[in-house]
Design a protein around this ligand. Sequence first.
Ligand SMILES: CC(C)(COP(=O)(O)OP(=O)(O)OC[C@H]1O[C@@H](n2cnc3c(N)ncnc32)[C@H](O)[C@@H]1OP(=O)(O)O)[C@@H](O)C(=O)NCCC(=O)NCCS
Length: 178
Amino acid sequence: MAAAEVRYAVADPSTPPPGLYAMLCAAFDEPPYENVPALMAKRLAAWPDFARSNGFRVVTAHRGSELVGVCFGFVDVLGTADEPALWAGLYERLRAAPFHDELRGAEIVEFATARAVRGRDVGQRLVDTLLDGRPGWLLAESTAPAYGWYLRHGWRVLGPPHDATAYVVLARDATVER
Ligand SMILES: CC(C)(COP(=O)(O)OP(=O)(O)OC[C@H]1O[C@@H](n2cnc3c(N)ncnc32)[C@H](O)[C@@H]1OP(=O)(O)O)[C@@H](O)C(=O)NCCC(=O)NCCS
């Protein structure tokens, strides 16, 4: 199936795009991710808080009626939707981090593509659409395959968000060399 058959949209952020839970559960069903259904249930439970927050933006990829990719996050704001269940005090810590002034543009909260469309630029196009000319930043698990993807696609390591974490904060300039 060619990338040309994938359609992209800026979605209505007020409710999760149809099919999001199943898509995320399948996309993250690989090491090192654990307890994925529970984690994604928490993500979706936090959606009303996301939707109420300034700058919340959702970009989707579709093939026919199927959701095959998503990228969502916050543009031009830092820390409007803390998720106490997942990340208590995260933004407070990030504001105190040595790299805090590099947390500019858009924060990517979630990013995934369905296995059936991987390696066809869908992920890159989702990120570019969410950023829409801005720099970006995110937290990634350093042992996940996606971590290598970020490093190959113009993202740089800023540092851990706090001690004793497998997560690393990454940032990308507004444009990257292809
Ligand atoms: C990370 C993730 C979103 C990447 O999505 P993707 O759609 O495969 O990304 P892309 O297609 O844009 O890029 C993948 C590769 O395909 C290559 N590619 C792009 N277009 C291509 C084409 N037409 N033909 C062949 N390969 C192509 C890219 O060069 C890239 O190669 P690289 O990774 O070796 O640098 C996906 O792997 C995923 O969902 N992972 C699980 C969830 C996850 O970990 N999310 C991140 C949480 S922080």
